[in-house]
Design a protein around this ligand. Structure first.
Ligand SMILES: Nc1ncnc2c1ncn2[C@@H]1O[C@H](COP(=O)(O)OP(=O)(O)OP(=O)(O)O)[C@@H](O)[C@H]1O
Length: 228
């Protein structure tokens, strides 16, 4: 079985203002092509966990594997390379650079990785935009498009380096029901047509119910689930 992400016994403490055990013995796996959601009350530790899974936070104990490779303990420069290559992110807020064009925004993570020529990156970025039905917006300034379009641009940007997993922190949190459904369908299509793995923190039960698996958190722990 091909595992895209795995954690073993992850624990994390915040030391200030008082010592706080925020993540407790977190062990789970995400398979290739699996679309999982993380749910849980506010403060249960979802964002803290996602920050560790995305290799941004290294202050924890336990082990994190990406594509069967242990990433825990690697140097910051190596982690940055692994992150740029393997993980795409979509947040609640799109974080697009408003003065740049849609196309330039999508190209940025590939330029950072510096493995392809600018012409190749531009071609790849156009392909992603077309796949998300927003190719016609390529030359438009990012500030001049709608909220739903911005989130689709953010998804295109997250996909530009062909990651093995797409992580989302409330990716539909700012969207109306039409655009939320649109994002869900894009994610489903990425799973079904490209075998992409997805891990999405959400408060939207209707969204979560339609993913392959709900990982439920409570007080820093994963609640053993009924459905997988
Ligand atoms: N830097 C920090 N220092 C101390 N405590 C923190 C820090 N960041 C978060 N916390 C606390 O850790 C707990 C988990 O926070 P986290 O943001 O992971 O929760 P969450 O499940 O994502 O919540 P929400 O659904 O509201 O986004 C909360 O009690 C929060 O107050």
């Amino acid at each position: 079985m091909s595992l895209v992400l795995a954690t073993k016994n992850i624990d994390k403490y915040f030391k200030k203002p008082v010592l706080f055990h925020v993540l407790k013995d977190i062990s789970f796996q995400i398979k290739k092509g699996e679309f999982a959601s993380i749910m849980g009350k506010s403060g249960s530790g979802k964002s803290t966990l996602l920050y560790i899974l995305s290799t941004m936070d290294t202050d924890y104990t336990g082990e994190l594997f990406l594509n069967n490779e242990l990433v825990t303990g690697k140097r910051a420069s190596e982690l940055s390379r692994i992150r740029n290559k393997n993980i795409g992110f979509v947040f609640q807020f799109h974080y697009l650079l408003s003065e740049f064009s849609v196309l330039e925004n999508v190209m940025l993570p590939a330029k950072k990785l510096a493995e392809k020529s600018t012409a190749e990156i531009e071609h790849d970025a156009m392909e992603k935009l077309k796949m998300l039905h927003i190719g016609h917006l390529a030359k438009q300034r990012a500030s001049r498009i709608s909220g739903g379009e911005k989130q689709r641009v953010a998804i295109a940007r997250a996909l530009i380096n062909n990651p093995s997993i797409l992580m989302g922190d409330e990716p539909t949190g700012n969207l109306d029901s039409y655009n939320s459904e649109n994002v869900f369908q894009i994610f489903k299509q990425l799973k079904e047509e490209q075998g992409l793995s997805l891990l999405v923190v959400t408060h939207d039960l209707d969204f979560a119910k339609r993913t392959d698996r709900i990982i439920e958190m409570e007080d820093g722990k994963i609640i053993p689930s009924m459905n997988g």
